[in-house]
Design a binder for this molecule. Structure first.
Ligand SMILES: Nc1nc2c(ncn2[C@@H]2O[C@H](COP(=O)(O)OP(=O)(O)OP(=O)(O)O)[C@@H](O)[C@H]2O)c(=O)[nH]1
Length: 502
């Protein structure tokens, strides 16, 4: 935490302590003394400790002395010396309390990695360590002091216990009210929350004023409003609303108004403290639960997003695998058939020509036999690469199976497709295929070309006609292109139908 050592900051913080101390005493105090119903200065003491570093204990001591001593001096029964001594003792007790609270706070800050409002199930331990424990350890000393100098008239054990509890609750409430406000202020959420939540805050103010000064039975209805603020505006909203509400309740009760004011003053304040405690812990707990839920929801959403991304890319990979030929990495037969079926629909819809080519490597068995199966694989790959490089991006070159390939040529008529087929044939024929550890291989290909026509009722019809053209090319001595339109019937043989069904 940043510590500012310029003189102005300690002075301002001490003024805040003194101001809040007097404010708390003025608003309402027990025993007509300096034991406030809600001792906001205890929260200020913790803030001073957190902000001022080494000089903090002196600053708290001085501030507490400034707040408490006038009360002792005002007592006629005490000499000035005793009053000063009492002021100093009270200040020392307050300083010890602030020190203990600060130690606990910083330890928790370390274990909770900076989040002092952690998952709600750990919140009670935080209240206990930062608020209740430092106050419970130090406040009995003040009761003893005031009792020993005769400032507390009633001395029955039960009244003593109630006074001690009151004092502890007043100081604890001060810490637990001020600390969240300080954190909101540090994280610049205080003004932001006030701007966002001004209407519910106004509601809390008006509602509490009505419940305190006009119709006390309405007090219980404050719960839903506070609950709404806790759920909607989380810890910052709750801190501000609680501050407004509790201070209004203290003022009203001190003036003799509201639900708590019908008992004796000490009992009224004790009841009020219990109410403040109950509503403060409940609402802070709700805010914390809500924040945990939101955090968890955010984490879950992130996880879902990450998983969805993983699934999308796994799906894309699967799709790629399912539609690509393992060896040549060109689309496989199924993918080509899918694209071709879509192209046929488009071609018919927009009355555009469309052609396909079936391509078969000549005497591939001999290549395999002479150079081995692995080189045969490389030949298939190389011929695929060469053909793909000679085609347009809108064409689809795919492996039909074995040493046979198929090409889809959208927006291409039979004549243009024949030119493309001839270009491929010439390129393969001209290009020696060199592979490491093998002599250059000269491969040739035979191609059958067909354009989509009215007689092709299905994709199979179109392929059958192209297969016949390819068969004709093979029959014609290989290394040639046969176009199904110009195909001479002399090429057709009785085995044709079988071939076309491949
Ligand atoms: N290396 C390799 N060979 C394959 C692959 N798929 C099929 N073959 C072989 O390709 C050869 C095809 O032989 P045939 O159908 O007789 O055809 P061809 O020898 O090319 O003769 P024509 O087509 O009539 O010119 C067979 O020996 C298959 O084993 C493959 O993925 N890799």
């Amino acid at each position: 935490m940043k510590q500012n050592h310029t003189a102005i900051t300690p002075l301002l913080l001490m003024l805040m302590y003194i101001g809040l101390g007097f404010f708390s005493i003025q608003l309402g105090s027990l025993n007509e003394g300096n034991l406030a119903v809600v001792w906001l200065a205890s929260g200020a003491g913790l803030i001073l400790m957190l902000r001022l570093g080494r000089i903090a204990p002196y600053a708290v001591l001085l501030s507490s002395f400034a707040v408490n001593t006038p009360f002792y001096i005002a007592k006629d029964s005490l000499s000035v010396r005793v009053a000063l001594l009492c002021g100093l003792t009270t200040a020392a007790v307050d300083t010890l309390q602030s020190y203990l609270a600060q130690r606990q706070y910083q330890q928790l800050l370390l274990t909770e990695k900076g989040d002092i409002w952690p998952a709600s199930h750990r919140l009670p331990i935080h209240w206990l360590r930062i608020g209740l424990l430092p106050c419970a350890l130090t406040m009995p000393a003040l009761i003893l002091l005031q009792h020993s100098i005769g400032l507390m008239q009633s001395g029955t054990p039960s009244e003593m216990i109630r006074s001690t509890l009151s004092l502890i609750m007043g100081d604890t409430a001060g810490i637990l009210l001020m600390l969240p406000l300080y954190q909101c202020w540090l994280s610049r959420r205080l003004m932001h929350t006030l701007r966002r939540a001004w209407l519910p805050m106004l509601g809390v103010t008006v509602f509490t004023v009505i419940a305190i000064f006009f119709y006390k039975y309405l007090m219980v209805l404050s719960l839903p409003i506070m609950l709404y603020i806790a759920v909607r505006y989380l810890q910052p909203g709750v801190s501000i609303a609680l501050f407004i509400m509790t201070q209004l309740c203290v003022v009203g009760t001190a003036m003799g108004y509201g639900q708590f004011a019908n008992a004796s003053s000490a009992l009224a304040f004790f009841n009020l403290q219990l109410f403040i405690f109950a509503i403060m812990l409940t609402m802070q707990y709700h805010a914390s639960t809500q924040a945990s839920l939101q955090r968890r929801q955010g984490e879950l959403e992130q996880q879902i997003q990450a998983r969805t991304q993983e699934l999308i890319s796994a799906n894309a990979q699967l799709l790629e695998l399912a539609s690509t030929d393992d060896l040549t990495q060109v689309p496989n037969r199924r993918e080509w058939q899918k694209r071709c079926a879509e192209a046929i629909v488009r071609s018919r819809r927009y009355k555009q020509p469309m052609s396909i080519i079936l391509l078969d490597i000549d005497h591939f068995k001999k290549i395999n036999d002479r150079h081995g199966h692995l080189i045969g694989d490389l030949v298939l790959k190389r011929i695929s690469q060469i053909c793909v490089s000679k085609l347009r991006t809108i064409d689809t070159f795919a492996r039909w199976g074995g040493e046979e390939f198929v090409i889809l040529l959208p927006e291409t008529d039979q004549q243009q497709a024949t030119i493309v087929a001839e270009k491929l044939r010439k390129t393969i024929e001209a290009e020696p295929l060199n592979f490491e550890g093998s002599q250059a291989i000269r491969a040739t290909i035979s191609l059958g070309v067909t354009a989509l026509s009215m007689i092709d009722l299905t994709l199979d019809d179109l392929i059958t006609r192209t297969d016949e053209a390819l068969y004709a090319a093979k029959a014609n001595g290989r290394n040639c292109v046969i176009n199904s339109d110009t195909m001479s019937t002399s090429y057709l043989s009785p085995g044709m139908n079988h071939s076309a069904q491949r």
